[in-house]
Design a protein. Sequence first.
Lengths: 534, 315
Amino acid sequence: MSRSETGLLSIQDLSLSIHGLPILKNVSMDVAPGRILGVIGESGSGKSITAFSVLQLLPGGASCTGSITLSGKDILSLSEAELCGLRGRDVGMVFQEPMTALNPLKTIGDQVAETILIHERVSKAEAMVRAADALRRAELPQERFPLSRYPHELSGGQRQRVVIAMAIALRPKLLIADEPTTALDVTTQAQILDLLKRLVAEGGMGLVLISHDLAVVADLADDLVIMRQGEVVESGPAKALFGNLQHPYSRALLEASAHVPERRQEVLDLPLLQVREVVRDYTGHTHGWWGKTTQFRAVDGVSFEIRKGESLGLVGESGCGKSTLTRAILGLEEVQGGEILFDGLPVFTHHHANQIVRRRMQVVFQDPYGSFNPRWKVDRLITEPFHLLANPPKGAERDRAIAEALESVGLSAADAQKYIHEFSGGQRQRIAIARALIIKPDLIILDEAVSALDVSVRAQVLDLLADLAGRFGLTYLFISHDLSVVRSITDRVLVMKSGKIVEEGPTNTVFDRPSHPYTQQLVAAAPVLPAGIA
Amino acid sequence: MLQYFLKRLLSLGLSLVAASVVIFLALEVVPGDPASYMLGLNAQEDTLAALRQELGLGGSLFERYATWAGGLLVGDFGTSYTYRTPVAGMIADRLWVSLPLALYALVLSTLIAFPAGIWAASRRGSHADGAVMGVTQLGIAIPNFWFAMLMVLVFAINLRWFSAGGFPGWDAGFFVALKALTLPAIALALPQASILTRVMRSSLLDTLGEDFIRTARAKGLSKGQALWRHAVRNALIPVLTILGLQFSFLLAGAIIIENVFFLPGLGRLVFQSISARDLIVVESVVMLLVFAVIVVNFTVDMAYAWVDPRLRRRR
C-alpha cells in the first residue's frame, strides 16, 4: 500500500498484548481522506481489536507498541483526557450490534446530541437542532422519526442509523465501522452500506470497514487488508488485490466464500413432507382495557412439498415467518388452518406432536454455543434425541451409535467423553449435526445452521452436509437469510415474505431470473464477489 | 402511562381484597376463644355469649367479615379485647414510632448504599472495592440486635451521647424524638445497607459491561461520565426492587430492635396482642402491614415506569 503524505490514519508496526499474551503482531495499514479501507478476517484475526486500539478503548492490561498516527497526532502518546477529546470528534465509531448499542432509557435525540454537547460549548437547544441534522444525514428525518423516540421504538436498521448519526454528528475525519451490517437483513444491509458510502463521498471522511464477509467489503472498499491471527497477511488496492491474491490464506478465504459443495444426491419423485395451506395466528395485545385482541397472522396459507432426497431452501428476512413455520413442521405448535403431512402422516395429532413422525425429523439451529448444556458430556448431549424412540439403544449398542454419529461428522469416538467448551465453533456445529443424525432421521431442518460460522469453517460444514445427504439419503430443509449459502446447497428454493411464499422454483432459476419484485429486491441487495474471481 | 397506572391501581385494589379475606379466614381457624380467654375458666355460659355478642364474634362468617372489612374502610378497626379501647387509636400511636423508624432506616441505608455501591463498582478489583465488599459481608453477617446492644454500650452507657432506650414521643420535639430513633435506625439500616450496596455494585457492573457504555465511550465520554450518565439509571431497576422489599421488612420486622430499645412500635404491639389472644388487634395490624407492602410495591412499579420508558409504552 502506498504511504501517502496526506494520510489520515497510519498504523505502523502495531503490536498489542493483553496481560503479556500477544494479540496483534506488526500490523500496518493506512487510510486516506475520502477513501474506504476494508479490513477482512475471520473471528480471532484481530480486526476489531485493531479498530479499538485506534480509539484506545482497550480492555484492562493491554499494552501497545508501534505507532498509530491520526492527522499527524501520535495516538499512543496522548493522555486519557486528550483521547476523550478525540473520540467522537475526530474519530466516530459504529458497532456490530445495533440492538444493544444504544442506551434504552434515553431518547435518540438526547443520545445524538450528547456527542455534540460533550465536545462543544453549545446550548442544549442548538445541540438538538444539530442532532436532528445528523439524523437526517443518516436518513432518519425528524418528521418521521421524532427526536423523542426511544431505541425500543425503532427497528435494527433504524437503530444502526442512530448509531451512525451519533458517530458523524461532529463530522469526524475518520469513521470506523466494525461489522456494521452483520446483524441486519440483506436489504437493510444494502441500505446501510449505501449510506456509509455516500457519507464518505460527501464529506471526504475516511472509512475503515471491518467485516468477515468478503463480498460486503469487495463491493465498497478502495483498499483492502486481510488479517489472520493478529497479523496482516496481505494488503493493497482492492481491485488489483482481488485479481491477484498472493497469500495462500487469502486465496483459501476467497475460495471458501464462493464455495459450492459437490452434491451427489438422488431425488425421488415421492413427497416426504407436504405442507398444505398452513395458517398460524398469534394473539396480539389488547387495545384498550376491554378492547378486542388483535390477531397476528405469522404464516398465511403456505403450501409446499419436499421430495425424498431433495434439498429445499427457504429464504426470507427476519420476521417473515420462517421460524414459526419451522416450529409448525416440527409439531411444536398447533396450526390454525391447513395440514402438515410427513410421509402421509400428520405431524400434529390430538394437540400433541405425533411421536411416530417426530422421530424421523431433526433440527440443527444457528447457535452452536447456546444449544448445548455446558455441564453435560458430548455422549449425553448427542443421545438426547433417543427419548423420541420407543426402545432407545443401551450399553454397547448405545456406544456404537455414538461412535458412528461422531465419526460420520468427522470427529472421533473418543470425543464423546469431552465437554462442549473443549470444541471450536465449527466442531460444535458438527456435534449438533451428530445429535441430529443419531436417530437416523429422514428430514433434517437446518435453521440458519451455518450463519454463525466463519467462511472457511462454513465451507467445511457445507461439504459435510452434502456428503451426509449422499451417504444417508437425507432430505434437507435449509432455512437461511444468506442467499449465497442457499444457492450453493439447495435444489429448489422458496422465498417467504410476510407469512406468504411469494416465489418458488429451482434455485438457479429463482436467483438468476427472479420474477417476484421482492425476490428481485433480495437478489439485488445481496452482496456479491466481483465477477471473474469467484 | 395512564393505562399502566390504572392497571397497577386495579391490581392494588384486588390484592387488598384478597389479603383481607386470607387474614380474616386465617384468624378464624386459630384455636382459642377470646371471650373465654378474657373471662377465665369459671365464666357462665350466658356471660360468655353476651361478651361474644359485644365483641362482634356472633353471626355468620360472612356477616363478621362484612362488619370487619366495612369497618376498616371507614377507619373503624374495632375494639381491643384486652384493653377495651379502639384498635385504630392504638395502632395510630404505634405507627407514629414504627413508620418514622422504618423511613429513617431506609434513608440511612440508601445514603450509605448508593455511594458505596457506585464507588466500589467504578473501582472494580481495587483495594477500595475489596474493602467495601469486606465491610458489607460483615454487615450482613452480624446480627442486628447484637450490633444494637454494642451501640447501646458504646454510645449510651460509655459516651452518654444517646439514651439507652425508650421513646419520648413527638410532643417532646422533633429532634429529641429523632435522636431517640437514631441508634435503632442505624441498627436496622446496617444489614439493609450492606445488601443494597452489593446489589447496587453488581447491577452497576453488569450495566458497565453493556454495549451502550462502549458506545458512550466512543463518543468521547470519560469513564466517570459514562458511568453517571448512562450506567447508574440503567442499574436502578434491581436496586428499586430490593429497596421496596426492604421497606416492607423494616416496617414489620423491627420487633427485635424495638424490644432492645424499648420502643412502643407495631412489632411489639403484635407480639403482645398474640400472647393475649387479642385477635382483633393482630388482624388489624397484619392488615395494615399488608396494605403498606402493597402500596410500597405499587410505588416501586411506578418508579420502574419512571426509570424505564419501555414500561411506559401504551399497549
